[in-house]
Structure formats: C-alpha cells, structure tokens
Design a protein around this ligand. Sequence first.
Ligand code: ATP
Ligand code: MG
Length: 229
Amino acid sequence: HQAQVNGDISIRNITYTYYGSDEPVLKDVSLELKQGEKLALLGRTGCGKSTLLQLLTRNWDPQQGDISIDGIALPAWHEDSLRQAITVVSQRVDVFNGSLRENLVLAKPDGSDDEFRDALAKVGLEALLEGKGLDTWLGEGGRQISGGERRRIGIARALLHDAPILLMDEPTEGLDRRTEQQIIKLLLDHAKDKTVLFITHRLVGLDQMDQICLMDEGKIIESGQHDML
Ligand code: ATP
Ligand code: MG
C-alpha cells in the first residue's frame, strides 16, 4: 500500500559542488512548488539546471540546504516511493538493447500491450510497431533508432508513468517546431494536475507555467510570471 503523494516540492538554500571541483554549480538555490504548480527553469547552457534536477531525484545529495517533497526531507524517502512519486524526462533518454515492450514496461510494470501501443501512437511512433509490434528489438542487433525517436520513447514512458510530479529536462530538444508544439501540449495535458518542473530554453509552453525562473551561474537571478519575458 502506498500513501498518496501530493507533490509539494520545497528546495531550500541548496548549494552543490561536484566531487573534485572547488566551485559550486548551484549556489543557494531555493524554489517552492505547491501541488499542481508548474515552474519553468530557464538559463544558458552549463548554468546548473540539470544538476538541480539530479538533486531532486536524489542522484546526488546537496552539501548544503534541504529538499523535501510533501514536507518530507528527500533522504527520508524510500527509494521505491520516490520513484513512484516522480516521473522524469531526462535530457538524454536511455534506450537499451531490448524489445520495444521492455523499453516501456519499466515506466509501467503492470501496463498492458494496449496501453503501450496507445502511448506510442500518442507520440507518433506507430511506425516502430510495424512488423513485430511490441516485440520489435531496439538497439544493437535490432532496429536502430534516431535521436527524435529516442526522445519520443522518453515521452511515451512519461505518459505511462502516472506520478504526481513531472520533471522535464529539455524534452523536445532536437525535434522540429511542429512536433515540439504537439509534444509539449501532450505532456502538459497529461500533467494538468501534476506538479511540473520544466527545464527549457525555448518559449513553447511557457504561457502555461505559474512561475518562470531564470538561472545564471548556479543562482536563480530572476523569477516571475509569463509576462516577465
Ligand atoms: P545545459 O543547458 O547545457 O543542459 P545545464 O544548465 O543543465 O546545461 P548542468 O548539466 O547542470 O548544466 O551543468 C552545470 C555545470 O556542472 C557545468 O559546468 C558542467 O560542466 C558541470 N557538470 C555537470 N555534470 C557534472 C559531473 N557529473 N561532474 C562534474 N561536473 C559536472
Ligand atoms: Mg542540462
């Protein structure tokens, strides 16, 4: 039995320095997201956006400051509960050698083939089903997939994993503009009631965010609503 997670996120005065480096990449960063709120994080390359996301998923722990979800500090979360609470579309989607089904089932262990096919259709990947369907082998010794297809597999996984928190790290990088519009709409419709942290340096979807924060050299230098742009 899993307790219901609301999806409140609180990031307080985080400082993070990579091992072996002497300069922090995040400096006293604070962000507050209530259940269902949507925040876009913008900033130039290397400013620390993805690092912040990695701290939220507890890949690494900050040296200073606290992160909590639903008021519970991240270190106190059970690994499984945390995985169930958060969906991540990472900047680099990992597709492994295996069937299409195996590449999706990790997002929804009890998902049915119909659900997997439906998610693939939503992201425009029906063509991958031609021939062997969900048994189509991806990667080495199988179907080589393009960068765009890889991204869409990442999006399909996010649609399948129904968690109260959605973290997206430039989910449409490398996709054409029309596809980008469709995918962002799909993700934001899916995340209507979810708490969303959306890392991007594009303008698509920003009108639907409650907060827009601008990061520079590891600090939040500005935050406001859509009209600040
Ligand atoms: P981009 O927009 O290019 O994705 P970003 O804002 O996501 O950039 P990060 O990936 O968070 O930036 O990187 C912030 C800084 O930390 C960069 O200077 C980067 O070189 C450094 N960095 C990132 N990952 C590591 C790591 N594993 N070890 C050491 N330094 C790292
Ligand atoms: Mg990044």
